[in-house]
Write a protein that binds this ligand. Structure first.
Ligand code: GUN
Length: 293
């Protein structure tokens, strides 16, 4: 079997088009409301700079306001908390995103906890994590949301499917497992201490790889006919050309011969993450304007 390639670029483009239409309608017919997203970058990590630039670009493309705050790596916690407090109280700002990782001297938990949960478009605040866990309406993390959208389109009924999530991060692995449970999958979470990862993979109808290690999941570990969602974005040097390229967490060429469907890297989950960030910003804007939560 040769897997169908899941076109995350096309799906994301459709979502952005829908949001642009919604934003225009909001602006013209619903009191001139324009969703606003503030993105904070502390330090000069090159990969983070690229992510932040893309977020700002897409924001403007869909007709949202984008507020970019680039701070030096020497920024103190107090200064960062003061900025967040200002954004919490600014009615033009509906969503606040702090690009991670932060420089080591800043406490990630303290900083995330300072964001007003109703503006927490990353879905990382404990209030949103708790609401998501108990099945209440919440702002949910963008990458697993994007993965769920892909899965829902690919498999109309997820109920009873065996899903394996490889990785247990707060950003992807844990919320991904929760969302799969909500969709009635039978979920296993594997991580660095998991034994017999190969066997766990071979049993999975759905495999979500979010470990951050290039081609860690071998292609012949994939169950025939499985759906493979590769969250990894790893920068490697191509041994043949010596050039840098992006590669996922799954050994793509071999996995492709066994899976029913697979997301490529790049062009799979990545574009969906940003589209979901825009969707969360729209949801936050609606919640702040009386649609409740
Ligand atoms: N760094 C890597 N992924 C993410 C993400 O989803 N959100 C934020 N804020 N930072 C990240």
């Amino acid at each position: 079997m040769t897997a169908r390639l899941i076109d995350g670029l096309a799906m994301a483009s459709q979502i952005r088009a829908g949001l642009a239409e919604h934003a225009l309608d909001m602006k013209t017919r619903q009191g001139g409301i324009v969703p606003g997203l503030a993105v904070i970058l502390v330090g000069d990590d090159p990969a983070s700079q690229v992510y932040v630039r893309n977020k700002n670009r897409v924001c403007e493309e869909v007709g949202f306001r984008s507020y970019s705050h680039t701070l030096p790596s020497s920024t103190t916690e107090i200064d960062l908390l003061t900025l967040i407090n200002g954004l919490n109280n600014n009615p033009q700002v509906n969503g606040i995103l702090i690009q991670l990782p932060l420089p080591e001297h800043l406490n990630e938990r303290t900083v995330i906890n300072a964001i007003d949960p109703i503006k927490d478009v990353d879905g990382f605040h404990p209030v949103n994590v708790g609401r998501q866990t108990t099945g209440l309406m919440s702002l949910a993390p963008c990458t697993p949301l994007g993965c769920m959208m892909i899965l829902n389109e690919d498999l109309p009924d997820l109920g009873g499917k065996k899903a394996l999530v490889v990785g247990r991060s707060n950003i992807v692995g844990k919320p991904m497992a929760l969302m799969l449970i909500q969709s009635s999958c039978t979920v296993t979470v594997a991580h660095s201490r998991t034994q017999n990862l190969r066997e766990e993979c071979l049993a999975a109808d759905i495999l979500v790889a979010a470990i951050g290690r290039p081609a860690f999941i071998k292609g012949d570990w994939i169950k025939e006919g499985a759906v493979v969602i590769d969250v990894g974005i790893n920068r490697i040097t191509d041994p043949e050309t010596g050039k840098h390229k992006l590669c996922g967490d799954v050994e793509f060429d071999v996995a492709r011969e066994r899976a029913a469907a697979i997301t490529p890297v790049p062009g799979g989950v990545g574009p969906m993450t940003i589209a979901c960030l825009m969707q969360n910003t729209m949801q936050a804007t609606m919640m702040q304007n009386g649609w409740g939560w």
